[in-house]
Design a protein around this ligand. Structure first.
Ligand code: ADP
Ligand code: MG
Length: 471
C-alpha cells in the first residue's frame, strides 16, 4: 500500500450520488457498503502517501538545517534613534553576511550566518526563523535567543509591538496554523513563562504573582528547582504549564505572562520607556545613573537590564500510536553591557556579575557545542541548566545578536560581535573555499525546493483527505 502510494498522486473519485441514499431510519442501503469500503481504501492510500511525503519533507528539512548549521547566528542592527536632523555616519556597515565596524583606532570585520540591517522588518527575521519552527513541530527541541546590549532591540525582535509583531507571537501563530493544516498528526500545545534573575527563577504564569520587591529582597519566591531526568530531559519543578487549546487562549496567556514580567510597564513604573531613555543617554550619564545612590526607580532601571525572560512552548505531536514531545524556547536575554565597567556597587555589582555569568556560561556552552566537545558546561548557570536539553545534540539553535548603529556604543558592539564570533567558531562557512560555498548554496536551494514541493503536494493531499472523509 505504502509503495503504491509513493509512486504518484492518488485521485479520489467520490461517489457523490450514491452517498445520498441513507435510509430514513438511519440504515444504509446494502449496495453502498462497497462504495464505503472503496472510499476507506482510498483514504488509507492517501494517508499512506501523506506519511511518505511528511517523512521526505522532514528528512529534507533536517538536512537543510544541518547544512546551515544547527547553531545559527544572526545579527540585527537597530535603526538609528537620532533626535537631531544632522545625519551622523554610523561606524557600522553591513553586507549580507558581514559586519564592518570602523571608528578611531577600531577596525573590526565579523561575519555571521545572516545580517539584518537597519531597514530589516520583523517579516525578514521571521522568514529565517520559520524553518526551525518546523523542526520543533517535527520533534526537535529548539531555542531562539535574543542577545545584545540594552536598547538594541532584543525585546522588539522577540515581542515586537502591536502593529509589528515579533518572533514569539508569530511563532505561536505559525504553530497553530501548521497544526490546523496537518491532518496526519494531532498536536497539542502548552505554554510556560519564567524569568531568570540573579540566579533565581520566577514563574510568570503562577496563579498568584508575588510582589516584585519580595522576589528581589527576600529571595523567597523562587521555589522552582531544575531537575534533569535520566532520559536527559530537563524539568523545572513547580513551573506552571498551561494547556492552550487554541491561538486565542495562547495569546491570552502570553500577554498575561508579559504583564507579569519584572520589566513590564505595570510592574516597574514604566521602566521600558526608561530603558529607551537609557538608549539616549551618553556613556557618562549612564555611569552616573549606575554608580550613584540608587533610588528604587534607578534600581529598576538596572533590573531591566539584567533579567532573562523565557517563554517555553511544549509541543505534543501524536501521529499514529506514538507521541512525540518537544520544546520551543524563546529567550529575551538580559542586557549584555558590562555593568561592572560602570563602577556600580553593592547589589548592582552582584547583578552585573549574575547577568554576565549567565551570558558567559551560555557563550561557553555554545562554544563547547560548536567544537563538539564531550563535556559541555551546562551546570555553570541556571539559564544554561534550564536550556540544557534544548541546546545540545539533536536541538536547533538560533541566536540573534543585536547591535546599535551608534558611535557611542562601539565598545559594546565589538563585545557583542565577539560573542557572536565565539558562538560561530569552527562551523563558520567563512573557512570554506568559494567553490565549496557555491556547492553549499546549490544544495541548500535543492533542499529548499524539495521541501516546498513536498509541502505543496501535502496541501493538496490534506484537502483530498478532508473531502474524502466528509463523504
Ligand atoms: P532591548 O530589549 O534590547 O533593551 P528594545 O527592544 O526595548 O531593546 O528596543 C529599544 C527601542 O528601540 C524600543 O523603543 C524599540 O521599539 C526600538 N527598536 C528596536 N529595534 C527596532 C527596530 N528594528 N525597528 C524599529 N524600532 C526598534
Ligand atoms: Mg528588552
Amino acid at each position: 500500500m505504502e509503495k503504491e502510494a509513493m509512486e504518484g498522486h492518488v485521485n479520489v473519485m467520490l461517489p457523490q450520488e450514491n452517498l445520498r441514499s441513507d435510509l430514513p431510519n438511519g440504515g444504509i442501503v446494502l449496495g453502498h457498503d462497497k462504495e464505503i469500503s472503496t472510499l476507506q481504501e482510498e483514504i488509507s492510500a492517501l494517508r499512506s502517501r501523506q506519511r511518505h511525503l511528511n517523512r521526505r519533507r522532514r528528512e529534507a528539512l533536517g538536512k537543510l538545517i544541518d547544512l546551515k548549521g544547527s547553531i545559527r547566528v544572526f545579527c540585527r542592527v537597530r535603526p538609528s534613534i537620532s533626535t537631531s536632523n544632522i545625519k551622523i555616519k554610523s561606524p557600522v556597515t553591513v553586507e549580507q553576511e558581514n559586519i564592518a565596524v570602523r571608528a578611531v583606532g577600531i577596525k573590526k570585520d565579523s561575519s555571521v550566518d545572516r545580517v539584518f540591517d537597519q531597514e530589516s522588518t520583523q517579516d525578514d527575521v521571521f522568514h529565517e526563523v520559520k524553518p526551525i519552527l518546523r523542526s520543533a513541530l517535527d520533534g526537535h527541541n529548539v531555542c531562539i535567543l535574543a542577545f545584545g546590549q540594552t536598547g538594541t532591540g532584543k525585546t522588539y525582535t522577540m515581542e515586537g509591538t502591536s502593529d509589528n509583531l515579533g518572533a514569539v507571537p508569530r511563532a505561536i501563530q505559525e504553530l497553530f496554523s501548521h497544526a490546523a493544516q496537518d491532518t496526519s498528526s494531532t498536536y497539542s500545545f502548552s505554554i510556560s513563562m519564567l524569568e531568570v534573575y540573579m540566579g533565581s527563577l520566577r514563574d510568570l504564569l503562577a496563579p498568584r504573582q508575588q510582589p516584585l520587591f519580595r522576589s528581589i529582597e527576600g529571595n523567597t519566591t523562587c521555589n522552582l528547582s531544575i531537575l534533569a531526568t535520566t532520559s536527559g530531559s530537563v524539568q523545572v519543578e513547580g513551573l506552571t504549564d498551561v494547556a492552550v487549546p487554541d491561538l486565542k487562549k495562547a495569546n491570552q496567556w502570553y500577554c498575561r505572562g508579559r504583564r507579569s514580567r519584572s520589566t513590564s510597564g505595570t510592574n516597574v513604573n514604566n521602566v521600558s520607556s526608561r530603558s529607551h531613555w537609557w538608549v539616549g543617554l551618553d556613556r557618562v550619564s549612564a555611569c552616573a545613573v549606575c554608580s550613584g545612590n540608587l533610588n528604587s526607580t534607578q534600581f529598576y532601571l538596572v533590573l531591566a537590564l539584567s533579567v532573562c525572560s523565557l517563554t517555553r512552548i511544549t509541543i505534543r505531536r501524536c501521529g499514529g500510536v506514538t507521541e512525540q514531545v518537544s520544546k520551543l524556547w524563546l529567550v529575551d536575554l538580559g542586557g549584555s553591557e558590562r555593568l561592572l565597567k560602570t563602577g556600580a556597587s553593592g547589589l548592582t555589582m552582584d547583578e552585573g556579575k549574575a547577568i554576565n555569568l549567565s551570558l558567559s556560561a551560555l557563550g561557553d556552552v555554545i562554544a563547547a557545542l560548536r567544537r563538539k566537545r564531550s563535556h559541555v558546561p551546562y551546570r555553570n548557570s541556571k539559564l544554561t541548566q534550564i536550556l540544557s536539553d534544548s541546546l545540545g545534540d539533536g536541538s536547533k539553535v538560533v541566536m540573534v545578536v543585536h547591535i546599535s548603529p551608534s558611535k557611542d556604543d562601539v565598545g559594546e558592539t565589538i563585545c557583542s560581535l565577539g560573542f557572536a564570533k565565539r558562538a560561530r567558531l569552527i562551523e563558520s562557512s567563512r573557512e570554506l573555499s568559494e567553490d565549496l560555498k557555491m556547492l553549499k548554496r546549490k544544495r541548500l536551494a535543492e533542499l529548499d525546493k524539495e521541501i516546498c514541493d513536498a509541502e505543496q503536494e501535502l496541501g493538496v493531499l490534506n484537502e483530498q483527505i478532508r473531502s474524502a472523509e466528509r463523504s
